[in-house]
Design a protein around this ligand. Sequence first.
Ligand code: BGC
Length: 457
Amino acid sequence: MLKRLNLKRLYAVKAKTLDNIQKAFCLTKADLQNIIRSFHAEMERGLSGKISRLRMIPTYVARPTGNERGKFIALDLGGTNFRILALKLRGNGRTLPPHVMKFALQKRQITGTGDDLFDFIAGCIKAFMKRQNIQLFEECELGFTFSFPVRQTALASGQLVCWTKGFSAKGVVGKDVVGLLRRALIKRALRNVKIIALTNDTVGTLVAGSYSDRRCDVGVIIGTGTNACYPEKASKIRKMPANPIGNREIIINIEWGNFNNLKKTRYDKLLDASSHNPREQILEKMVSGMYLGEITRLVLADLEKQGILFSTPCSIPGSRLAFRTEHMSAIESDEAPHFYATLRILRGLGVRYSLPDDRKLVSEVCRAVSKRAARISAAAITAVVLKMDAGLKKAHVIAIDGSVYEKHPTFKDDMKEAFQELTGEKASRIRMVLTKDGSGKGAAIIAAVAYASQEAK
Ligand code: BGC
């Protein structure tokens, strides 16, 4: 009898604790509307050159016409893997399938010195040229996607403002990253490679999307990191004294990962305090693949400490980043009542014994964390769309890429549900299109635009 009573109590405590966690991670419609309001205020401040959490970086790029042609090389660096590709543009919004080579960065390049990083990249470009049979006397134009906050000073130059996503290579912050790459290319005798455009992955994604669809006007990445861009009327970018590219629109790299006006749980605060960049990139820490697993791990470790999860002695791994966002996707796709996939994942992480009930709780925690991420992303996209079109009078195509968006089982649907809550029946005017590998393709297209304008001079 006593045992039954205790069990009953334990279930009640479990239910109450889960309820509290769900409440802490829940964002109501009013919360999302607040995010949009605050986003608009920060966007305005950023555009007028005032201090803002949103950097609103003018990129010296406008959307392409779709008629650009030629063969261009792109280097796409933004995470631990990077790619080099050759893309042939055929005009009429069409491209041939790109030739791609992938490379993995090691710790030495990510956290060593800038020379380690750029020398390694130049070596990989050399290998790519060899594979592509490009001779050293053949001039080739390269678009460089560098997916970190960069203060762009011209189409092909910009200084790194700060590293994100765990990168910390020394001697790069404050430097022109194109200059650093050029120097490394020269050391490898690759004088024939001309870096003619520098861009961000969101801008590449928007440009790749709009090359074939003119209605495309937002580029978004929800992967290891997160960010977005959109075309802004040149007259509204008040911090830019004159429009340097003479176009009526300039794509703005919002750098939304640094948005901060969000309700934080104590787990968010813990994660931030132990991160390599405390108080920075708060939205990114609630949304992107680099951090979602870790927030979940912090919650689970806390539940275990409170005696609510796992009744036998075992332990959610104490080490940072052991629980990954991919685990969440697998756990949230797992099937009740046994949750066997979750069982396997937990075993792999060293939790040898768990009850189906424990696994259900793990799944519900994952759900609370990922749903919040999807709703924040949807509110941020809505803010960007409404900034361009306050009455949501026309259709907007959002070119979107990134592992979290692509692979998480409920992320897209959670986002769509939030669009519906925020904009009612007009939600159908916000259409997200997965633009796979747009960041690299877009860099090649931007190189094509830059090349055409050089030729015209
Ligand atoms: C960077 C952005 C990038 C985003 C997605 C963020 O950490 O600051 O520049 O676009 O990650 O890769």
